[in-house]
Design a protein around this ligand. Structure first.
Ligand SMILES: *Cc1c(COP(=O)(O)O)cnc(C)c1O
Length: 233
């Protein structure tokens, strides 16, 4: 595809890769340790196809129906589900997602395990940790105190591979403070299970702080695809 939109995406991808490289450099890290996930929510599947042509390999979505449609159009891409999962959507999500970043309660582990088994698939999963003091923050996640119980349930689910943790910086909080706290939680977590060393953190506004505090997977929407309409849900 060679069109105006492709040229626009190529320019923002170049700028973003540059920004990620500078963040890695500032943190004394190798940019090769960082996986870029293009969050294509609200944008057409064609944009994901354009980015794939520009060598982006990983794509993320936060709404089940929209994600299912795009993944059906582009099944060759690697799809990450990063939004809050309603239990009745587990069956659909387990059918197309390679990764689920937002596992935050035991009943959801059970639902994903059953759904993935029915599809004959296995899913890479991350446990979403809430960094908000107020659990009514609305961004999902298990409070750190509930993490071990959730990890044990996930490890017992044979269609799920526990790969690590995910977090979203709470609104109105310094992201560096939030991600510093996350780094401590992740260190305890991986000390017990060294193979679960993925840390999904960092969005367009806070990727530098996330890279500084150990993120391995960056979930980037706006900085790559442009602004979204105000109403996303
Ligand atoms: C939308 C979204 C992102 C990307 O946010 P941007 O600020 O557009 O980069 C990352 N993670 C989750 C969970 C999202 O819902």
């Amino acid at each position: 595809m060679s069109d105006v939109r492709t040229a626009e995406l190529r320019a923002s991808l170049t700028a973003l890769r540059d920004r990620i490289a500078r963040a890695a450099d500032a943190a004394g890290r190798d940019p090769a340790e960082l996986t870029l996930i293009a969050i294509t929510k609200t944008f057409p599947a064609q944009d994901a196809a354009r980015l794939a042509d520009l060598s982006v390999t990983d794509f993320g979505e936060n709404r089940a129906a929209e994600a299912a449609d795009k993944a059906a159009e582009l099944p060759q891409l690697r799809w990450h589900f990063v939004g809050q999962v309603q239990r009745n959507k587990a069956r659909s999500i387990a059918g197309f997602a390679d990764w689920v970043h937002s596992v935050d309660r035991v009943p959801l582990v059970t639902a994903l395990q059953n759904a993935a088994s029915q599809h004959g698939r296995s899913l890479d999963v991350l446990l979403q940790v809430s960094l908000a003091d107020d659990t009514a923050d609305g961004r999902g996640g298990v409070p750190p105190a509930g993490l071990e119980e959730l990890a044990a349930a996930t490890e017992a689910a044979d269609a799920l591979r526990l790969r690590g943790l995910m977090a979203v910086a709470p609104l109105g909080v310094d992201p560096a403070a939030a991600f510093a706290r996350l780094a401590g939680i992740a260190a305890d977590f991986t000390a017990k299970r060294p193979a679960a060393d993925v840390l999904s953190a960092g969005m367009s506004a806070d990727l530098e702080a996330a890279v500084r505090f150990g993120a391995t997977h960056l979930r980037i929407g706006t900085a790559l695809l442009g602004g979204r309409p105000a109403i996303v849900r």
